[in-house]
Write a protein that binds this ligand. Structure first.
Ligand code: ATP
Ligand SMILES: Nc1ccn([C@@H]2O[C@H](COP(=O)(O)O)[C@@H](O)[C@H]2O)c(=O)n1
Length: 419
């Protein structure tokens, strides 16, 4: 991002704040979501600007791997080191409706009287790729943005930019960078991410070797390929096992078993790296599907719908309405990924799902725990599943008993796949 675009003033509309350099320049915007303070839509968002010392941090770095790693470290540092009465919000600077324009950072409202926040910011400002702005209220009650500095610059007035209102952009900013950062649409794009991580994550090389060694994809086998999708504990394992028995099918999973030793490692990485790992898993599973479908019907527990739906729902902050619209390209199936014959999405109501999760008594993954507390996130995952196209999924009510769900699904498979 050019420096020119950096120095722009701010405003708000719902959760979108636009920062505008001056009335003549192109506006530069930022959006906030919470880190350790809840910003809900009913709260008076303007109050964020009302009191305390205000700062924004913007993370610039041309190397995308370094950028996402540094952003994660910065988040932990701020969470650990900022005083308790200092609120920290995730911030996305962006150009309205312009893909790949988002620069991530943080917005800080410091209501403490200590100098700790300034010390933390001072240290960060010395770090390459971090830019810190502060926000001051002028005598006319107008908010101004300026490049933050602890040194007194008496010899020159700092450049100040007025914070002004702007209308909400058509596309929610968290959608602008989804392609190739959260969702990958070709093997090549996901592969490149792991190649770029080779030096800092040695496991990347082992994963890429497995991708390279995958059996060459043949023509689509003669037997149908049925994918079973759904949130955790909706009954995928139970159903896929039963289908294997009933249909004499081959059961596969994505990510495939060969990636199991690497999963924890990649689950702890930032979304760019984590999502690329799961995307590559689908390409390995695709080759296994291709081989298996020459011999018998194939049932697959999770595939690209899961990879994309979880990635989109995690990347898009806030409300369900912030998801990319149903016709968005983000829901398009990758052209180079084997297409299944049928995709079934198991759904159960949240109470029943919770009952099943508890009944299972297993330790929850972070994402599962988030689903439990975050109704919105669960809704976004399910909605994203339903919006994916070519192939779209068929929704199956998985609330009845396991046997009834099995019968219902066997009927669907027989109807759609002529089995
Ligand atoms: N139709 C059903 N009715 C009642 N309980 C069910 C049904 N299907 C599965 N269960 C129970 O719900 C729990 C979760 O099921 P299962 O492990 O099959 O879900 P899953 O979708 O594979 O979960 P995950 O994705 O987390 O592995 C299990 O205890 C299982 O016995
Ligand atoms: N094809 C896939 C499969 C899984 N994921 C990610 O893994 C999590 C769910 O997996 P479970 O083994 O717990 O069912 C979920 O967080 C997905 O992000 C994926 O991306 N692609």
């Amino acid at each position: 991002m050019a420096k020119r675009a950096l120095l722009r003033p701010a405003q708000l509309c719902s959760r979108i704040f636009a920062v505008e350099l001056d009335v003549r320049a192109d506006p530069f915007y930022f959006a906030l979501s919470s880190v350790h303070k809840t910003v809900d839509d009913h709260s008076p968002v303007r109050s964020i600007f009302r009191d305390g010392n205000l700062y924004s941090l913007h993370v610039y770095c041309n190397n995308r791997i370094q950028r996402v790693k540094f952003y994660g470290e910065l988040k932990s540092k701020l969470t650990k080191e900022l005083p308790t009465n200092c609120d920290c919000f995730e911030l996305s600077s962006f150009l309205p409706n312009e893909e790949q324009s988002v620069i991530k950072g943080f917005f800080i409202r410091d209501k403490s009287t200590s100098s700790v926040t300034e010390q933390v910011l001072n240290e960060l400002q010395q770090t390459d790729g971090v830019c810190v702005f502060s926000y001051v209220r002028g005598e006319d009650d107008q908010l101004w943005q300026e490049l933050w500095s602890t040194s007194k610059r008496n010899w020159m007035e700092p450049d100040k930019y007025r914070v002004v209102p702007a209308s909400a952009p058509e596309v929610h900013p968290s959608v602008l960078n989804i392609r190739n950062s959260d969702v990958f649409y070709s093997l090549e794009d996901a592969y490149k991410v792991l190649q770029e991580c080779g030096d800092i994550i040695p496991e990347s090389k082992a994963v890429l070797e497995l991708v390279d060694q995958r059996p060459q994809r043949g023509i689509h086998g003669k037997f149908p390929v049925v994918i079973i999708e759904g949130l955790d504990a909706t009954g995928k394992t139970t159903l896929t096992e039963s289908l294997r028995g009933s249909l004499g099918a081959i059961l596969l999973k994505s990510p495939p078993q060969c990636l199991a030793p690497f999963r924890d490692r990649f689950d702890s990485e930032p979304p760019l790296i984590r999502r690329a790992f799961y995307a590559l898993g689908n390409y390995i599973t695709a080759c296994q599907i291709s081989t298996a479908a020459a011999q018998a019907p194939v049932i697959v527990d999770r595939y690209w719908h899961s990879t994309a739906a979880y990635a989109i729902a995690t990347a898009v902050s806030g409300k369900l309405e912030n998801l990319p619209g149903p016709s968005s390209e983000v829901y398009h199936w990758p052209e180079d990924l084997l297409q299944p014959s049928l995709v079934l999405l198991l759904t159960v109501n949240p109470e029943e799902r919770l009952r099943r999760l508890k009944g299972r008594g297993l330790e929850k993954t972070v994402e599962e725990a988030e689903l439990e507390v975050n109704h919105l996130f669960r809704q976004k995952v399910e909605e994203a599943y339903k919006r994916i196209k070519n192939p779209a999924c068929i929704v199956v009510d998985a609330s009845p008993s396991p046997d009834k769900v099995l019968q219902q699904v066997l009927l669907l498979i027989s109807d759609k796949c002529h089995l």
